[in-house]
Design a protein around this ligand. Structure first.
Ligand code: AMP
Ligand code: MG
Length: 520
C-alpha cells in the first residue's frame, strides 16, 4: 500500500505535549497524539471505490491485510502519527467548553492528484477528549454515516466523504432510547475523508481561552492550506476568509433545503470551516414537507435544528465564529456587514433555488408569493417532498387540470385532498401553469432541468433502517444496493423504482426511521 503521506497538520500546528491517553483539558494545542484501539475481529463491510482512487489506492490495496488493519485500528501506517483534534463548541445554543475528537482519530494526510485528504477513523476508541463516553461507534450509526456522506456527495452537496465501513468484532453498550435499558450492539468503524476536519469550534476554543497566539497560528494555517487563493494572511485576508466561510456555509445549507436534508445537530463543533456537511449523527430526510421537522429526539422540545430553522442557525453559528475571529480582525463593522450579507443572500439564493426546483428560469416578482403559497399548501396535508417535486417535473403548460393527477402519489392521505384542499391545489396549479407560459423553454427541457435539481432517490430514513436491520442479522447486501442506487440520485433507474416511494406506515413511528437519538 503506497500512499503519498504528508503530515502538515501535525508538523505545522502546536501539539499537546502530554502523550498520555487520559481525559483532560488540553491547552495551547490543536491536537493530541493518540493510538487507535485495537479491535478483536475486524471485518470490512464496504469500501468506496471512488474514495479509494481519490487517495491513490487500488482495489487490490483495499483487499490487503494492511488496509483492513489500518482502517480498523490494528496497525498504524509507518511514518504516520495518529491524533485527535482539540476543539470546543456551542451546543444547542450554549457554550459547552472543550469537546474535541472524542471518538474520532485522524490517521494521516495524503496527497494525490494535487488534492490533499485527511483520513480519519470514527469509533476507534478513547482519546483525551472522550469525556464520559467510550470513543466507540455502533454499526447502525456507522452505516448511516457511511451511506449518507457518499449519497450527499452524489447529490451535489459539499460534504466529508467515506472510505470504508468495518465491523470491529467488539460489542458496544448503548442506551438507544435513554430510558435506562442499555443493550449490546455491534461495534463499527467508518473511515472518513476530508481535505480538513477543522470546525468553527476549533477556533472558538482558542478565543475562549484568550490564547490569541495559537488562534493566529491556526487561522494562518487554515488560510495557507485551504484558502491560499485569498493571499498571505493579514487582517484583510482574515476578513475575506470569514466572508468566504460565511458564503460556503450558506451554499451548503441552501443545498440541504433543496433536497430536504435535516442535519439534526448543528452545534458549532459540527460546522466545518470548509463549508462541508460533517458529522452525520441523528440527521434525517424530510418525507412530508414540514418546516418544523427535526429527526433528533434530543431536540424534540425546542426543535432548534428543525428544517426551516437551518438557515438561521447557520447565521447564529457564524456569529460565534465571528466572535472567535474578532481578536485577529478587530473590525466589528466589517464583520457585521458580512453577517448581514448572509441574511440578504439567503433570501435571494433561496428564491433562486426554489425557482430552479419549479423550473422557472426567468425572474418575476410574483414568484415569491407563488413559492410561499406552495410551501403553505405542502404543509396542509402530509405531502412527500421528494415525490412532489420529482413528479411536478412532468407538468405540461396549459394542462393545469392534469396537475393533481401528476402529483397524487406525493400525498400520504389522498383522501384529504378533496373539497377546499382540492380547490386550493387546482388554483395553485393554474397559477403555476400561467407562470410557465412566461417561460420560453419547452416542457421537455424544463423537465430535464427540474430533474437535475429534484432528486429521484434520497436516503430515506426507513431505507437506511432496512439496511441496518439486515446488517444486524449479518446480511450486508442492502448496504451495497443503496450505495449503488445513491450514486445516481437524479437518474430514473427503473430497476430501483421501489425506492421512489413514500415511507411505509410501519416506519412512521419506528426508532431509527422517524426519530433518532444522539446515542450512537
Ligand atoms: P456529536 O454531537 O456526535 O458531534 O458529539 C459531540 C461531542 O461528543 C464530540 O466531541 C464527540 O467527539 C463526543 N462524542 C460523541 N459520542 C462519543 C463517544 N461514543 N465517545 C466519545 N466521545 C463521543
Ligand atoms: Mg461532532
Amino acid at each position: 500500500m503506497k500512499l503519498n503521506i504528508k503530515n502538515k497538520f501535525t508538523t505545522q500546528l502546536p501539539a499537546d505535549s502530554n502523550l498520555e491517553n487520559s481525559r483532560r483539558q488540553v491547552a495551547e494545542a490543536c491536537f493530541s497524539y493518540v493510538t487507535p484501539k485495537s479491535t478483536s475481529n475486524p471485518e470490512l463491510l464496504h469500501v468506496s471505490p471512488e474514495m479509494l482512487s481519490s487517495i491513490g489506492l487500488t482495489k487490490s490495496d483495499a483487499e490487503s491485510e494492511t488496509f483492513l488493519k489500518i482502517m480498523t485500528g490494528n496497525e498504524v501506517l509507518e511514518h504516520t502519527n495518529p491524533y485527535a483534534m482539540c476543539y470546543a463548541g456551542h451546543q444547542f445554543g450554549n457554550w459547552a467548553g472543550q469537546l474535541g475528537d472524542g471518538r474520532a482519530i485522524n490517521l494521516f494526510e495524503v496527497e494525490h492528484d494535487q488534492k490533499s485528504w485527511v483520513v480519519q477513523l470514527k469509533g476507534a476508541g478513547e482519546t483525551p477528549y472522550s469525556r464520559s463516553a467510550d470513543g466507540l461507534a455502533v454499526l447502525r450509526s456507522s452505516i448511516r454515516e457511511y451511506l449518507c456522506s457518499e449519497a450527499m456527495h452524489h447529490l451535489g452537496v459539499p460534504t466529508t466523504r467515506a472510505l470504508s465501513l468495518a465491523l470491529t468484532g467488539d460489542q458496544v453498550l448503548r442506551d438507544v432510547l435513554y430510558n435506562g435499558n442499555p443493550d449490546y450492539e455491534k461495534g463499527a468503524i467508518v473511515s472518513r475523508v476530508s481535505p480538513s476536519f477543522l470546525r468553527f469550534g476549533s477556533y472558538e476554543i482558542f478565543a475562549a481561552r484568550q490564547d490569541h497566539k495559537n488562534l493566529k497560528i491556526l487561522v494562518d494555517f487554515t488560510i495557507n492550506e485551504h484558502f491560499s487563493h485569498l493571499g498571505k494572511p493579514s487582517k484583510e485576508t482574515y476578513l475575506q476568509f470569514f466572508a468566504e466561510v460565511s458564503r460556503r456555509t450558506l451554499q451548503m445549507i441552501i443545498h440541504w433545503q433543496r433536497i430536504g436534508f435535516v442535519h439534526g445537530v448543528m452545534n458549532t463543533d459540527n460546522m466545518s470551516i470548509l463549508g462541508l456537511t460533517i458529522d452525520y449523527g441523528p440527521y434525517g430526510w424530510l418525507e412530508g414537507f414540514d418546516f418544523g421537522w427535526t429527526p433528533n429526539t434530543t431536540d424534540n422540545q425546542h426543535k432548534r435544528y428543525r428544517y426551516g430553522n437551518q438557515p438561521n442557525i447557520g447565521l447564529w453559528n457564524l456569529y460565534q465564529l465571528a466572535n472567535a475571529l474578532y481578536p485577529l480582525i478587530e473590525d466589528a463593522k466589517a464583520m457585521e456587514t458580512i453577517l448581514e450579507t448572509y441574511a440578504t443572500d439567503f433570501e435571494t439564493e433561496s428564491l433562486k433555488m426554489m425557482r430552479s426546483k419549479l423550473g422557472l428560469q426567468s425572474e418575476v416578482d410574483s414568484d415569491t408569493s407563488l413559492i410561499q403559497d406552495l410551501e403553505d399548501l405542502l404543509q396542509l396535508t402530509e405531502t412527500d417532498m421528494t415525490i412532489f417535486f420529482r413528479d411536478l417535473g412532468a407538468f405540461k403548460k396549459g394542462h393545469a387540470s392534469e396537475g393533481l393527477t401528476l402529483i397524487k402519489d406525493a400525498f400520504y392521505n389522498p383522501i384529504e385532498v378533496t373539497g377546499s384542499l382540492n380547490e386550493k391545489w387546482n388554483t395553485w396549479l393554474m397559477r403555476y401553469s400561467e407562470r410557465l407560459e412566461m417561460e420560453t423553454v419547452s416542457d421537455v427541457e424544463r423537465k430535464d432541468q427540474m430533474n437535475s435539481v429534484n432528486p429521484k432517490y434520497v436516503l430515506r430514513n426507513y431505507m437506511a433502517q432496512l439496511a441496518i436491520d439486515d446488517a444486524d442479522k449479518g446480511d450486508y447486501h442492502l448496504i451495497d444496493e443503496l450505495f449503488q442506487l445513491l450514486k445516481q440520485p437524479y437518474d430514473e433507474q427503473p430497476e430501483h423504482e421501489k425506492w421512489f416511494a413514500k415511507r411505509p406506515e410501519w416506519a412512521r413511528h419506528k426508532v431509527g426511521c422517524s426519530m433518532l437519538s444522539c446515542s450512537s
